[in-house]
Design a protein around this ligand. Structure first.
Ligand SMILES: *Cc1c(COP(=O)(O)O)cnc(C)c1O
Length: 412
């Protein structure tokens, strides 16, 4: 089918789904278990496949497309900047890295930023900084890391070493050996794990890939107290839960506990690769020129788009929408859980929520795809919702209707 006839935005390619999938089967490392659909374009909260079938998007490209697809201001800014300057390297200044760092510091209350290309690199940089600060404060021995069972921090060796899930670690050992794992919200375990040799506590305030489990305020406060007492860097991984998804610009503002370093990425540049970590001055000063760097990170295109992303979130009052529609989503999911036997609980807040199923979630996601709705599953039995910040109540209604149909049997 010639999609160009329907949409001027569609590419000229005439490859079929089968041809596209076959080529990937032959030439790509087989690391992904993709859904059987090829997307060609998106608009707002919808994406369109190769046959122009429309899908309502509750996934946002795994939390990245917070402004939905093809936001007019983002499209315009990318066009303009692409015609001016895409890359210069970190050998030189450009106009956008400083203002973006200033903005992120103002929003977080922290003092200095470093820009990477991805979330996992933001975590790597954070733990490198924590090691330097640890060694400065307590010598070589102050190097141990504390992380949480069930967490997810990325796929590089450092980030993987902090990831508390065997399924991701298996086959890649030995990893960093100086990591102690603690159960989420286990105060006793936490107190036993942190000591003078600890240089960092690393955690997601809300587990994303781990299944939408929240840290308790009490647990986060205890992390803060121990970090202060033992001169430890408290590092929050807000790569998934941060930048508006909880209804505040940083998730830590929803919990009232401020970290020393925060890592962000996913939605920051509206789909262009960009990550960052932002640190308090007392940690930031532990690093000197030459000790960390990146070729691509913080380039003019990505930084300009990130500034535009933050401006749009503010000017379009999207946090208000996340709070309002997020509460509606929670209430509707709660209603679903009360009526459907296969669903047992709702977790999360704002636009990072999940429901616990008693059955495998992937077949539900597969069936929803046929119904024109994109959902995501994680940890086998959790349906995860990471909608674009533009989503309205009528879209939630559509998603809930499909879920009701697919979850079948009523609770007795
Ligand atoms: C996605 C994610 C990462 C890794 O980010 P990448 O951009 O995939 O490298 C790390 N931590 C959390 C919480 C994430 O959700």
């Amino acid at each position: 089918m010639n999609t160009a006839a329907i949409s001027p935005a569609a590419p000229a390619s005439s490859a079929t789904f089968e041809q596209i999938a076959e080529l990937e089967r032959k030439y790509l490392l087989q690391t992904y278990n993709r859904y059987p659909v090829v997307f060609t374009r998106g608009k707002g909260v919808f994406v369109y496949d190769i046959d122009e079938k429309r899908y309502l998007d509750f996934v946002s490209g795994l939390g990245v497309n917070a402004l939905g697809h093809a936001h007019p201001r983002i499209v315009k800014a990318i066009r303009e900047q692409a015609a001016k300057l895409v890359h210069v390297s970190n050998l030189y200044y450009h106009e956008y890295q400083g203002p973006l760092a200033e903005k992120l510091c103002a929003l977080s209350g922290l003092n200095r930023a470093f820009f990477s290309n991805s979330g996992t690199e933001a975590i790597e940089g954070s733990i490198k900084l924590a090691r330097l600060a640890g060694h400065r404060a307590g010598g070589e021995a102050k190097s141990r890391l504390v992380a949480l069972d069930g967490s997810y921090h990325g796929r590089t060796f450092g980030a993987l070493s902090l990831t508390g899930q065997d399924k991701h670690r298996k086959g890649f050992e030995p990893l960093l050996e100086d990591v102690t794992f603690v159960k989420q919200n286990d105060l006793e375990g936490l107190r036993a794990a942190v000591n003078d040799n600890t240089c960092a506590i690393v955690l997601e305030p809300i587990f994303g890939e781990g299944g939408i489990y929240e840290c308790s305020v009490e647990f986060l406060q205890e992390c803060r107290a121990l970090a202060d007492r033992f001169k430890v860097a408290l590092i929050f991984d807000e790569i998934q839960c941060g930048l508006g998804r909880t209804g505040t610009i940083f998730a830590f503002q929803s919990f009232g506990v401020t970290p020393d370093i925060v890592a962000i990425a996913k939605p920051i540049a509206a789909g262009l690769p960009l990550g960052a970590f932002i640190a308090k001055e007392e940690f930031a000063t532990a690093i000197s020129p030459g000790q960390h760097g990146t070729t691509f990170g913080g380039g003019p295109l990505a930084c300009r788009i990130a500034l535009e992303f933050l401006a749009i979130v503010e000017e379009e009052k999207l946090l208000e929408n996340v709070n309002k529609v997020g509460a509606y989503l929670h209430q509707e999911l709660q209603g679903l859980v009360e009526k459907r036997a296969a669903a047992t609980g709702v977790r999360g807040r704002g636009f990072i929520q999940g429901i616990q199923l008693e059955i495998p979630a992937r077949p539900i996601v597969d069936a929803a795809l046929a119904e024109g709705v994109l959902f995501n599953s994680t940890q086998d039995t959790v349906m995860r919702f990471l909608p674009p910040f533009l989503m309205e109540e009528k879209h939630i209604d559509k998603g809930i209707r499909v879920l009701k149909k697919l979850l079948g049997k009523k609770r007795k």
